[in-house]
Design a protein around this ligand. Structure first.
Ligand code: SF4
Ligand code: SF4
Length: 306
């Protein structure tokens, strides 16, 4: 009997699933080896019953479950708990699931402020009716804050090869190792040391490089004063090659989350700037360093001044 796979998405954009599709023909080989029993992107499944009769949520049993997206409201939580119950191995797929991702930027504001700004001020001038939308949680959570997670695959989105390799390894019961290095450790740019340090520049400035030269001839972007988050971001986005943003000659924005589980990209980056002789007070918006990893209680609403 083929191993069964469940896919689910919570507060997500479908980029992780699209990334998987980018694996191309190899995906067809994988799909020959497994049976997909639940995949909302591809298959219709109405959670309250096919006719909206309010039936209890029920998902099929599976050997492996992949969940993308963070947990923002009660329905996400129920679906996630059902996935955990039904899947022997649960994979957090993508940075929203592992660290909150872009949706967790909401954690800078209270739920009331978010609802007011996004829904009432932006659209209609009244409260969202509790019967028309699932109740918001107090903030956006990564899925490991709510259920046990067996494998964390960060990335916005994760590399298709990595998603495929992990699923294959689980299907074949092979050992696998996730990338352990930081983006910097896989970046080929020239580093000259502290004496060449430049003042911090806003991202509005382009890096200084010669387009006819390879990336390995370009000076490190952090040393050029651009806030490249390579030192504090988990590597793997470029596979065995140069990290993806560096291939495009732009700074790493931190989308694979912190290098170590439990890391704090804001604090780690402040340390990285300080140890490279850059005045961290020059940063205009420090909280933006948590743009991909604001779950785990790291991004919080500012205290209101009286
Ligand atoms: S800071 Fe950025 S440019 Fe410099 S080595 Fe690290 S990833 Fe490369
Ligand atoms: S270089 Fe950084 S921001 Fe760009 S894809 Fe890689 S981890 Fe993400």
């Amino acid at each position: 009997m083929k191993p069964k796979l469940n896919f689910e998405w919570l507060h997500a954009c479908s980029g992780c699933e699209i990334s998987m599709l980018n694996w191309g023909e190899q995906l067809l080989d994988l799909f020959d080896q497994v049976e997909i029993v639940h995949f909302p992107l591809l298959m219709d499944h109405k959670y309250g019953g096919q006719l909206g009769e309010g039936a209890p949520l029920s998902l099929p049993e599976a050997d492996i479950g992949l969940v993308s997206g963070g947990v923002a409201h009660q329905e996400h939580l129920q679906v996630l708990q059902e996935m955990r119950k039904q899947c022997r191995t649960l994979i957090a797929l993508g940075t929203c699931a592992t660290h909150g991702g872009i949706p967790a930027m909401r954690n800078q504001w209270s739920t009331a402020d978010t609802l007011h700004t996004v829904f009432t001020a932006g659209t209609v001038d009244k409260e969202i009716s509790p019967s028309s939308a699932p109740a918001f949680l107090d903030r956006v959570y990564s899925i490991d804050e709510k259920v046990r997670v067996d494998v964390s695959l960060p990335g916005c989105p994760p590399q298709p090869q990595l998603i495929g390799a992990v699923i294959k390894a689980l299907v074949n019961k092979d050992a696998f190792q996730l990338p352990q290095k930081s983006v910097c450790e896989t970046c080929p740019t020239i580093r000259e040391g502290k004496k060449k340090m430049a003042p911090v520049q806003r991202f509005l400035h382009n890096a200084d490089y010669d387009r006819d030269q390879p990336v390995s001839e370009m000076q490190c972007l952090l040393e050029q004063g651009l806030v490249c988050m390579g030192p504090v971001t988990a590597g793997g986005c470029g596979g065995k090659d140069t990290p993806l943003c560096l291939q495009a000659r732009v700074p790493c924005r931190g989308c694979y989350g912190p290098v170590q589980p439990g890391g704090n990209q804001l604090l780690d980056m402040m340390n990285a700037l300080a140890s490279n002789g850059i005045d961290h007070r020059a940063l205009v918006d420090r909280k933006s360093l948590l743009r991909f990893s604001g779950a785990h209680g790291l991004l919080k609403p500012a205290r209101k001044k009286n």
